[in-house]
Design a protein around this ligand. Sequence first.
Ligand SMILES: C[S@@+](CC[C@H](N)C(=O)[O-])C[C@H]1O[C@@H](n2cnc3c(N)ncnc32)[C@H](O)[C@@H]1O
Length: 266
Amino acid sequence: MPADPYAASGSRWALGAELVYRPIAAALVATSPHSLAGRTVLDAGAGTGAASAALRPRAAEVLAVDLSPAMLAWHASARRRCAVADIRALPLAAASVDDAVAAFVLNHLPDPAAGLSELVRVTRPGGAVLAAVFANESRSAARDRVDAAARAAGWQAPDWYTEMKATTAPILGTADTMAAAARAAGLANVHAEEGQVDVGVTEPAQLVRYRFGHPAFAAWLDAIGAGRAATAAAQAENAVGDSMVPYRPRVVFLRAVTRPVAAARY
Ligand SMILES: C[S@@+](CC[C@H](N)C(=O)[O-])C[C@H]1O[C@@H](n2cnc3c(N)ncnc32)[C@H](O)[C@@H]1O
């Protein structure tokens, strides 16, 4: 695994991948069991700010952390409070935020329980902990065609990505495993469910922009240059062609709360 697989992905993620991640982040934030207005909400693994963008209209005060400086640098001037940090060792005092959101970051961890436990530690009693990862059953023939077209044009999935998809990403990829991890981390009122999200990606060009915005494609796109990258994108769009149906990724959503102080003593 490179030190930071997202190092070259700030703008590509924000302008491409967020086509899919923003609507999912909005759906995740909407599951909060209480109003977030006026509360300090941690956006852990914030990336370029998909969940932060969903939190701001709810009048939450956002604190964004991410391991990748390149991802956090996107629109940094608009992010009043952000820090480079590992979700498993947050530079925050216990019970120092009101709520926590973790959108598509726990899937990066070989030990997602460590990430969840840290969210529990820094969140005040009774605060919400919301998380999302792709479900193990998430499939898309159209998306597979994009990858196949990229492979035909010379792309090879990097080892870190192949390994992540095979090992860490599946750990919380069902409602049952997500719920069990949340309970083991000490969360209460645990509700985990799997569902498809209508992300509004209906055209092959949108699907290719989303997919090519992923860091797994960054080194290849940089190596082939803008001209060949545009040709590869056009080929991928053609490959999707008539197989395009609205992209509806399957996501595991977690909604839970940290235990009230009185209950935590027993
Ligand atoms: C799939 S992106 C999701 C970004 C954003 N939450 C979204 O939904 O668009 C995963 C993000 O998690 C960050 N990340 C990976 N491992 C991390 C860790 N151990 N601690 C903090 N952030 C991490 C990556 O740098 C990346 O920005």
